[in-house]
Write a protein of this length. Structure first.
Length: 362
């Protein structure tokens, strides 16, 4: 056991004995996400480093405190990547924070989410015990997959120590096409294309009430991408400019995401086939129609959640313009609430880790 891990375990055991809540924090790039921040800070950046990397096996095991940019640089040297494109939201983003928030980028609808690439992990629970789950290959994952349960838990169940991730080769070819379309036209095109054998990877529609631009990214074999470009039409974008568009989309640096006084940023997750929704403002649409970003005053929270639920989805207050006056996450149903509480009781019986971060009640 290295010194950094031993120090963290000692700190957790002391906190458990004293009943002192702990706030698990890596680079802090996603402090804005979730409910309140509470507890004494337990810095996880000491849990850094690549433990093992087998490019031929497409698996890497890495310390949770490792900077996400450092991991991506090592993978790029081998022509590999994290295909779900996790957002950084700051230079200090860590692998542990990536898993804890469970946030994925533009390609999520085509390639899967963070949790789909977690093969195994080790963590320290609220009793100060070091536990390991899963492994380094998919076939090791059987029964209740605890390792993937940590994706999106916001550190409320334990301190992630290290993670084994599945990685993939960078696609041989990539192209971005742009189409001038209204929101309804863009959704109709995306639904039609989704039923065809096309190398769709990501989409982003941004516009105004009556018009807008749909950016469509294709990735795959050279022949497949070239054939799709000929079949779909649109205006092929310069590769450098296209990379800026997708990076801006992933990191919320496009002009559309510029903060506006008094307006919160909401994320509506809905079926890809959902039609144009009645929203307070024109949304930015990703994930082939499955993700609708919208800005709205806090007073619109109930309306947004009702609209998302009616479409078969849910709404999350992603970034609050000020002190949030409503819940960040859609309240869980009674059965899910019971599951959350029982998991919390098993992993963190004293309620040490990130209290109130996922749900205000615990």
């Amino acid at each position: 056991m290295d010194a950094a891990l031993s120090s963290c375990i000692d700190r957790i055991r002391a906190a458990a004995a004293a009943g002192t809540p702990l706030r698990l924090r890596g680079g802090g790039s996603k402090d804005f996400y979730g409910e309140r921040l509470a507890g004494q800070v337990l810095d996880t950046t000491g849990l850094a480093g690549i433990r093992s990397y087998e490019p031929s096996e497409l698996v890497v095991t890495v310390g949770a405190g490792t900077r996400l940019a450092d991991l991506e640089a090592v993978l790029a040297q081998q022509g590999q990547c994290l295909p779900f494109e996790p957002p950084h939201f700051g230079p200090g983003a860590t692998v542990g924070g990536m898993v804890a928030t469970g946030l994925s980028g533009p390609a999520r609808a085509s390639v899967g989410a963070v949790r789909d690439y977690v093969l195994g992990l080790s963590l320290v629970n609220g009793r100060g015990e070091l536990l390991s789950f899963g492994g380094q290959v998919m076939k090791n994952v059987a029964g209740y997959d605890v390792s993937r349960l940590m994706a999106g838990a916001l550190g409320t169940l334990g301190l992630i120590v290290e993670v084994s991730l599945k990685v993939l080769p960078v696609a041989p070819a990539e192209a971005t096409l742009a189409f001038e379309l209204s929101q309804a036209q863009a959704l109709a095109r995306l639904n039609a294309w989704g039923g065809q054998p096309l190398p769709l990877n990501a989409s982003c529609w941004v516009g105004e009430a009556g018009a807008g631009t749909l950016f469509l990214r294709l990735r795959g074999a050279v022949a497949a991408v070239d054939a799709a470009c000929r079949a779909l039409g649109g205006e092929r974008q310069d590769d450098g400019q296209a990379r800026q568009v997708w990076a801006g989309c992933r990191e919320q640096q496009l002009p559309w995401f510029a903060p506006r006084a008094g307006l919160d940023l909401w994320r509506l997750s809905v079926p890809q086939t959902a039609p144009v929704l009645e929203l307070p403002d024109v949304p930015l649409i990703e994930w082939h129609g499955g993700l609708r970003w919208v800005t709205a005053p806090t007073g619109e929270a109930e309306r947004l959640r009702h609209t998302a639920a009616q479409a078969g989805g849910h709404a999350t207050l992603f970034r609050a313009a000020g002190a949030a006056a409503v819940r960040r996450f859609h309240p869980p149903t009674p059965p899910l609430d019971r599951i959350h509480r029982e998991l919390k009781r098993q992993f963190d019986p004293a309620g040490l880790f990130n209290p109130g971060r996922l749900f205000p009640e615990f």
